[in-house]
Structures are given as C-alpha cells and as structure tokens.
Design a protein around this ligand. Structure first.
Ligand SMILES: *[C@@H]1O[C@H](CO)[C@@H](O)[C@H](O)[C@H]1NC(C)=O
Ligand SMILES: *[C@@H]1O[C@H](CO)[C@@H](O)[C@H](O)[C@H]1NC(C)=O
Ligand SMILES: *[C@@H]1O[C@H](CO)[C@@H](O)[C@H](O)[C@H]1NC(C)=O
Ligand SMILES: *[C@@H]1O[C@H](CO)[C@@H](O)[C@H](O)[C@H]1NC(C)=O
Ligand SMILES: *[C@@H]1O[C@H](CO)[C@@H](O)[C@H](O)[C@H]1NC(C)=O
Length: 866
C-alpha cells in the first residue's frame, strides 16, 4: 500500500535526472475527460483533441475491428451497443455484486462480467473480456498520445488525476492501476473540489482572515460539495502565497446528470410503449439510441419549456417522435430535488459551520446548468451566495495541473498550499489478547482517522503485545452500499524475539509501535512497525539528566485502547515517524531502543491488481496498439505507393517535352519506367488487399530507383553553377590575397619591418591554388561535354569538397597575428579585427561565399572583414 509513496519517490528521482519533463493532468469524468499538459514552452491550457475540442467523451468502443475513442466511440453505441463502453467511472473498483453495478446496468447496454478479483469486466460481442481498468487505461493512453503529439512526440509519463473526494481506497487503487496499465505513473491524486479551489485561488488574493467558499460540483455520476477556506500565507511578504484548507465535504453518489438522463429515458420508453405497444427495453440498440437522445433533450429542456425527442427507426423500423415538457421531466425527478442541495448541508455539518460562514457557493460541473439543480441550490443557500465565477468544465483539470506543477517543483507557479481531508471514518481493529485463560479474545476498534482528518498525517500507535498479531484498517461503516469496509490487513511479525532482545538489553516492558498514514492522495496504510523499549542509562551523565530532566512529558501518540495499549511514557517517537512533536526536548535518563519488525500487507476485500495482472494487461494493450499501428502503417504504405504510381504516370504521360523530367531523362529510361509503372499498377490491383507493408514499400522503391538518377540530374543543373561560383570566388580572393601579400613582403623587406606573411607561406598557398585551378579547369572542361540527360561527371558535392583545402589554408593565414612592431600610428588594431572577422566567416562553413570580403580586399581596409 506504499505504492503511491513509492511512485512519488520514483518520480522525484526521475525529475532530478531529466529536468524538463512534462506533467499531464487528467480529469477523468463519467461523461467527459478533460486534460491539461504542463510542459516547458507549451502554453498552459486545456489539451485539445484531434478535432480541436476542449473535452473528450469518456468512451471507448469497437466498430468491428476498429477501436474508437471519444465521441467516435460514443456515437456508434446505437449500432454496436455491446461494443461501446461509456460512464466507466462508476465501475472503478466496484464489487461485481454491488448495487452500483446494478445501477450501471440500468444506464448502459454493455454486457458485464466478473473478474477473478470480484470486480467488473466488460464482454465484447466477440466474447473477449476487458477489465474496467483496461478499458480506462486505453482512454488514458489515448489522452497521453494527444499530449505527446502536443510536445512533438516527447514522452509523457507522469500524471496527476482528479478523483471525487468520496472515492474509496479501492476506487483510488483502480485509478492508479489503470494509469500503470496505460504505461504512466501517478504523481498524485487530488480531489476534484480541491483542484477547483486551487484554480479559484490562482487569480485571487486573500487576507489573513480565512474566507470560506463552497465548491458545488454537480457531475454526471454524483453531486459533491467541498468547503474550502482560503487565507493568505506570509501576507506581508512580496511572494505572499495562499493556503487552502478543506474544511468539509458532502456528497450524494448516483444523483447526477446520468440519473436525470435515465429518468428522461424512462419517460420516452413509457411513451413509446403507450404509443406503439412495444417495450424497447429488450432492444439494446434502441436503448442506446434513446440514451443519447435523452441527453440531447435534457440539454434543450435546460433552456426551453419543451423539446421534441426524435429517433429514426428506433426499433422495428418505427420512427419515434414525441414532445417532452420541462414540467413533465421535473415531475419525474421530484424525489431527487431534496438530494441536490443535501451535500452542501452535509459539508457544513462536516466543517462545523453554518451558511453564515460561507462567502459564496461556486457552481461547477456540467449538471450545475440544469435548472432544477440550480433552483434547488439557490433555494438552499440564497441567490446572493451563488457564484458562477469559474469555468464549470475546466476549472478542475486546470487546478489539478497547477497542483501537480507545485508538487513536482519543476515549474514556477503561485505558492498555493492545499490541506485536504479524508471523508470517511477510518478505524484500526485487531483482536486483543485474552486477559487470562478464561476470558475470550475481543475485537478492539479504534477510530484513527475520523472523517475530516487531514490528508498527509501520520499517527503512531502503541500496542502492548507479546505475540505476533494482525491490524486491520477498515471503514467504520461501508462507504458505499455493497462495498466492503475492509481496506487492508497488516501482519506484524517477529514480536517475541524482538521483545526478548530488548529485555535482554535491559528494557522494561517493551511495546510494539506502528504508524498509520493517511496520505495526501487519500490512501491509508500501516508502516514501520517496531518493538520499542526504554533502557536505563546507568552512566553518571544519565543520572544527572534524570535528576534535572523529569520524565513526565506528555505523549503525542494516539492510544488505540486504554486497556490493551500502553500509553507511552516518553515523548520520543520511533525515528521513522514524522509526526510533529510539540513537547519540549527534556530527555529522561533513558536510552530508547527500537527493533524493526516484519510487516506483511494483505489486501483481502477488493484487492488492487497484482503486478503480474497489471503486466499482462499492459502487454495486452501494447499488443492491440501495435496491431493498430501496423495496420495504420500498411494503409499508409499502400496509399503512398498508389500516390507515387499516379505521380510517375503524370511525369511520363503528361510531361511536356521541355519539362525538367523529360529534359533530364533518356528515351530508354522512360520506357523502362513505363514498363515498371504498368507492372506496379497491375501488382496493386492484384495484391493490394493482402500485401504486407514491406511489399508496398518494395514496389515503390523499385520504381524510385529508376527515377532517382533523373531527379539527381536536374538537381545538379541547379546546384552545379552555385558550387562553381563558390569555388571561383575562393580562387579569386586567394589570388588577390597573394598579390597583396607579395607586395607587402617586398615593402617590409625594403623598410626592414618583419613581414606578416613569409615567402614560404605565400608560395605554399600559391601552390595549392594552382593545383586547384588545374583540377578545376580540367574537370569543368569535361563536364561541358555532358548532356542534360546524362549523369554529370563533376558533381557539385565534389566541387564543394575540393575547394576546402584552399579555403582552409587561406583562412589560417588570415587568422595569423601580425608580428609585433614598434608602436607606430595608424596600423594598430587591424589584427584583432581580422581574427574576429575570419572566425565569423569560418562558422559559415565551406559554402559561405567570400564575395563581400574579396571585393573589399581590394580597398585599403585589406582583409579586416574576412
Ligand atoms: C462561523 O460563524 C460563527 C458566527 O458568526 C462564528 O462564531 C464562527 O467562528 C465561524 N466559524 C468559522 C470556522 O469561521
Ligand atoms: C536478536 O538478537 C540475536 C542475537 O544477537 C540476533 O541474532 C537477532 O537477529 C535479534 N533479533 C532481532 C529481531 O533483532
Ligand atoms: C556568384 O555569386 C555572387 C555573389 O553571391 C553573385 O553575385 C553572382 O551572380 C553569382 N554568379 C553565379 C554565376 O551564380
Ligand atoms: C598589406 O598591408 C596593408 C597595410 O599595412 C594591410 O592592411 C593588409 O592587410 C596587408 N595585406 C596582406 C595580405 O598582408
Ligand atoms: C581563377 O582565377 C584566375 C584569376 O582571377 C582566373 O584567371 C582563372 O580562370 C580562375 N580559375 C578558375 C578555374 O576559375
């Protein structure tokens, strides 16, 4: 159960190696996925899908063999009702036999199956089964691919996801499993209401006095309310940050947009039965079509008093059309209205506040636009408190991205510190040792993290035990009807031996300690069990300490049970515990001693996927990704061959006699290509449907090989004069240089000043120049006789290569420092200018034309600019 912490550590070490990694935030909703990418150089915004839409429908489906995502998948539900999977968020970690799954079945046309872990899988029409984690992983992979194409194919592996605060540990496990199956890593989970609060704080400042707001989020599968208290940290300083403390949460699972859609669909089903004397419930296609239509009608009814539902050929070729009024719809939902606002009051009670403490109620979530939901909230909190000042769809994912950026410490963001809470009562339970032989063992339950406990806290428990025992972490009551209360069981082993060793060392009444953790991401776990004992310090200094220190300091530790757990007499906690201790550092005259104990975690009720299961699922997903990629590559190779054949046909048949292709090719070459082209077309029509990617590529290259020399010829017609010009320019400027250097040499000999260039240097350069000139004259002469439709004798690339030695030698001389001469006026700074000038032209490489410098070299400025 330490896996999140472990994941975080892995991530942290990862960050420190590659400094510029991206972070993907995903808000995986019941109806829509929103994502945002934090990446250096990428503007911070919501990630767009391939159609430039800002949200992606939470669906995956198959149209025969083709896997589809987003609305492409959602929209085929009417035709492929058991191959399209939506609203899977309900099923994260859901036990197959739970009411949640029955509810899901009442919405969806999917066929469900039970996994070996007792959770849910979907069965496709071809009989294959896919676990909910796998189906969600496919969608996360799809989002990852979008993100990677936004950063030009760079890998994106780290994600932060939003989860509703009401998600149980099993649901959170399922989210992380899906992320791993998708080949990514979870940096953290953040509650969706809290991430909206972060987004809200981004553009606002607060005072030292906390300001309380309710984030009211009406989603597709649930409604939740989060009370966030905003205040300023360090308000005096220039970099004042904001602290957000979550004070309370309330929620209603299963009351959300989907339930409204379901009620509306019921109206349509009943209406159809009345009009056509047929029950469409047995027709999955019809149910799926009506599901989509109900959602559309609901949206229209949000702005209109009535709407017309219309589905062509709903079932048995009957076109269905019917008017639905808002009044009719609202009356069908009357029993729900009390539940719309209930999360607000639950959150207030949880936070020990009243509405008077609340500055505003911020509406988010798609269903907050539904009039009856808004009316219920307005009636509950008063119109004046209602605020619609965040983006109802995007605030959560953007807040999550900012939170992730803050955690990763890689991006500079506003300092916003979030302290979240756990929404459920979590208790430790274990079997107490019998007091004597006659008494029965009893189960002790102790509340360790009551609902509202701070996320990210640790508590050290002390147990007076002599033998190995098990500690269970459980929800005090089932968090969701039909979901297990058990979270995990920790076996603590090796106690008798460790206690004996401590006693042998002189410890009196050693005890067992273990730490329970409620992590920032909402996971509870048991960590670091130790045997602990205090050993008398008999040394003189110990005795002195004992005299002045006193030993009655109070304990910060949680006592699980007065009867069986000893309250520790020392304020010191095992070294592994990071719980802050408020007691003063007055050490008693005792030495503490701890021996680590063995810990084994059992995940009995709804176990997360095992490593092997995840690996198998990952491999399965990779396999279909590969298959699809191969199919895609084959399509591309086929299209590319086809396109190429047509292009060559145009060159051969439609090319005018003065087209470059015709001018640079010979009759017999064109004939050979014509023949190969015809073979290519014939091959394509015969084998196009079953040939492999490799075959298509080979067919294309067989023809390409014939076209290549022709292309090369007309490229050379362009390139050769340019290369020749460059060579000539070097030739010309070298010659100028030599003339000038010779004159200077003579002049310096006359005036007895050491020359800048020696005779040898000048002669050696002249030799290189002459050789080059000889070679050029010869080759250029040969090239003259080559026809346009023949392969060139002298390639432009060779020409460019050949001038290099001359160029290098000249550059070297130009860089040479002028000899030290007695100070005279006028000639001072030319050498430094010369050296910096040549450095610049050198970086331009061999193709740089020395033309400008050579023209100025004739002036009195000499080669200063070269
Ligand atoms: C809520 O308001 C009451 C009454 O004004 C006040 O006494 C209380 O301290 C407030 N609670 C918080 C948490 O601000
Ligand atoms: C107890 O002491 C023995 C002897 O020193 C040692 O071998 C053993 O590992 C110790 N056991 C524990 C749990 O510390
Ligand atoms: C050679 O290069 C110079 C300078 O870039 C240019 O002015 C001239 O027209 C070129 N001559 C040819 C034949 O390309
Ligand atoms: C020749 O002498 C002049 C004047 O001192 C100087 O500017 C120029 O750079 C010299 N040229 C060569 C090639 O040495
Ligand atoms: C090199 O330059 C000299 C003098 O400018 C010229 O006579 C000669 O033809 C040139 N050689 C070539 C191959 O361009």
């Amino acid at each position: 159960m330490n896996r999140l912490l472990l994941g975080l550590l892995l991530c942290l070490s990862f960050w420190s190696h590659t400094t510029l990694a991206s972070l993907l935030a995903i808000d995986y909703g019941t109806d829509w996925i929103k994502a945002s990418l934090m990446s250096p150089g990428v503007p911070f915004d919501v990630l767009l899908n391939r159609d430039s839409k800002r949200k992606i429908q939470s669906s995956v489906g198959w149209k025969k063999e083709d896997r589809l995502f987003g609305s492409d998948a959602f929209n085929i539900a009417g035709r492929y009702p058991t191959d399209t999977f939506s609203a899977l968020k309900y099923l994260h970690g859901a036990p197959f036999d739970s009411p949640t799954v029955s509810f899901y079945t009442s919405l969806s046309t999917a066929d469900l199956a039970k996994t070996s872990r007792g959770t849910v899988a979907a069965r496709r029409s071809d009989g294959s089964e896919w676990s909910v984690e796998e189906l969600i992983a496919m969608q996360l992979g799809y989002v990852r691919d979008l993100a990677e194409s936004a950063v030009n194919g760079e890998k994106v592996t780290d994600v932060i996801l939003t989860v509703p605060p009401y998600f149980t540990q099993h649901e959170r496990d399922a989210v992380i499993d899906a992320v791993e199956i998708a080949g990514m890593r979870t940096l953290a989970l953040v509650h969706d209401g809290s991430s909206v609060a972060i987004n809200y704080a981004m553009t606002r400042t607060f005072s030292d006095v906390p300001e309380h707001h309710i984030i009211y989020d009406a989603g597709a599968s649930a409604i939740r309310a989060t009370i966030a208290s905003f205040s300023s940290v360090d308000s005096k300083s220039k970099n004042a940050g904001t602290s957000i403390n979550i004070a309370g949460v309330g929620f209603e699972r299963q009351v959300g947009g989907n339930e409204l859609d379901r009620r509306l669909r019921e109206i349509l089903i009943k209406d159809f039965a009345r009009k056509h004397k047929q029950d469409v419930r047995s027709d999955k296609r019809a149910l799926a079509k009506l599901w989509k239509e109900a959602n559309r009608v609901k949206t229209i009814l949000s702005a209109n008093a009535d709407a017309v539902a219309s589905v062509e050929s709903l079932t048995n070729d009957i076109d269905y059309r019917s008017k639905v009024t808002r009044a009719e719809f609202e009356s069908a939902c009357r029993d729900l209205t009390g539940r719309f606002a209930k999360p607000i009051f639950d959150a207030l009670a949880n936070a020990d506040m009243t509405l008077d403490n609340i500055t505003s109620v911020i509406l988010t979530g798609g269903s907050s636009r539904t009039p009856m939901v808004q009316a219920a909230v307005t009636a509950a909190v008063g119109k004046a408190r209602i605020a619609q000042n965040v983006n109802a769809d995007e605030a959560s994912v953007l807040g999550a991205a900012l939170h992730g950026a803050g955690l990763s410490r890689q991006f500079k963001t506003k300092d916003i510190r979030l302290t979240d809470i756990g929404p459920y009562d979590i208790q430790v339970s274990y079997i107490a040792e019998a007091k004597n032989e006659n008494s029965k063992p009893r189960t002790i339950n102790t509340l360790v993290f009551p609902a509202g406990s701070k996320a990210g806290s640790r508590k050290t428990l002390t147990f007076k035990r002599k033998d190995d025992f098990n500690v269970k972490l459980t929800y005090r009551s089932p968090p969701v009807p039909g979901y297990p209360s058990d979270i995990l069981e920790a076996e603590i082993k090796g106690i008798p031996e460790a206690l004996k060793n401590l006693t042998d060392l002189g410890a009196v009444d050693p005890v067992v300690k273990a730490t329970v953790v409620l992590s920032e991401s909402g996971f509870v776990s048991v960590q670091d069990p130790v045997a602990f004992g205090e050993i008398k310090d008999d040394s003189l200094s110990g005795k002195l300490k004992g005299l002045f220190g006193g030993s009655g300091s109070s304990s910060e530790e949680t006592t699980a049970d007065k009867e069986t757990l000893a309250r520790s007499e020392s304020s010191s906690v095992p070294s592994s515990s990071q719980e802050p201790s408020a007691t003063p550092e007055k050490k008693p005259a005792k030495k503490d001693n701890t021996i680590p104990l063995e810990l084994k975690i059992n995940l009995a009720s709804v176990p997360p996927m095992s490593v092997a299961e995840k690996r198998a699922a990952r491999d399965r997903l990779i396999a279909i990704d590969r298959l699809e990629a191969a199919k895609h590559a084959r399509e591309e190779a086929r299209n590319s061959l086809e396109g190429y054949l047509y292009r060559v046909r145009d060159l051969l048949e439609d090319g005018a006699s003065d087209s470059p292709f015709v001018k640079c090719s010979q009759e017999k070459e064109r004939q050979a290509m014509q023949k190969k082209l015809q073979e290519g077309f014939a091959w394509l029509s015969e084998h196009g449907d079953d040939a492999s990617t490799k075959d298509f590529i080979e067919q294309r290259s067989a023809l390409e090989v014939m076209e290549k020399p022709i292309i090369h010829r007309y490229q050379e017609i362009e390139e050769f004069p340019k290369a020749l010009n460059t060579s000539q320019m070097w030739n010309w400027s070298t010659r100028l240089f030599i003339t000038e250097a010779k004159a200077n040499l003579t002049a310096s000999q006359d005036s007895d000043i050491p020359p800048r260039y020696t005779k040898e240097e000048i002669e050696s350069l002249e030799k290189t120049l002459k050789e080059h000139e000889r070679w050029m004259n010869e080759m250029v002469e040969k090239q003259k006789s080559v026809e346009m439709n023949e392969d060139p004798i002298l390639e432009s690339s060779v020409l460019r290569e050949k001038v290099k030695p001359l160029e290098t030698q000249l550059q070297k001389l130009l860089k040479k420092k002028a000899p030290r001469i007695p100070k005279k006026s006028g000639t001072a700074s030319s050498t430094t200018a010369a050296s910096s000038g040549t450095g610049g032209s050198k970086s331009g490489g061999g193709s740089s034309s020395p033309s400008s410098s050579s023209s100025s070299s004739s002036s009195s400025q000499g080669h200063d600019e070269l």
